[in-house]
Design a protein around this ligand. Structure first.
Ligand code: HEM
Length: 149
């Protein structure tokens, strides 16, 4: 099993990177949709359009991309010789990924609120939270590539 994983390593890493790009695209774009959605009147045609865009992005792209990122990331972590578990970078990376996963959960809650016309957050709030995935992405890429500790 682990020999097969080692042979497939470059392929698994490629799929991991492709799925993380799709997931990140959604984590960066969905709060941006909320920024605009929060400014339009409840019940308007524009609000209905945003609801469709948000639901499709979350269900059609972000949920499968998150599952694939986790699945192939854990496969990499289980490949012999790839992760030195005494190093700090992998734990720091996993902490940031846990944060992104929690953020995904919050975006899902806000999508449900918008779809039920119960959003309580302002445009300013969504503008501020929109910065969080960017910071996590910078941290994660530096950790996996530079492995500073
Ligand atoms: C979901 C849980 C995740 C796990 C368990 C995981 C684990 C791993 C492991 C073990 C590697 C191989 C490291 C190496 O070859 O030295 C890797 C590579 C990588 N991961 Fe993840 N990862 C996860 C999520 C993410 C996320 C969310 C991102 C980006 C936001 C990301 C970005 C990368 C990148 C860019 C690489 C390639 C690094 C290189 O070329 O050496 N990973 N991941």
């Amino acid at each position: 099993m682990t020999g097969w994983l080692a042979a497939a390593y470059p392929w698994i890493k490629s799929i991991h990177i492709i799925s993380m790009v799709a997931w990140m695209a959604g984590l960066l774009y969905l709060p941006r949709l909320y920024v605009y959605h929060a400014t339009v009147p409840v019940g308007s045609d524009r609000s209905a359009t945003f609801k469709v865009m948000e639901r499709r992005l979350l269900r059609g792209i972000m949920n499968p991309a998150m599952v694939a990122t986790w699945f192939f990331g854990l496969a990499l972590a289980g490949t012999p010789g790839i992760v030195e578990w005494r190093m700090g970078w992998i734990w720091a990376k996993l902490a940031l990924v846990a944060g992104l996963t929690a953020f995904h959960g919050l975006l899902t809650r806000w999508q449900n609120d918008f779809s039920a016309d119960h959003n309580t957050h302002s445009t300013r709030f969504f503008r501020a939270v929109n910065e969080l995935p960017t910071l996590a992405l910078i941290g994660i890429v530096l950790l996996v590539v530079v492995k500073p500790f």
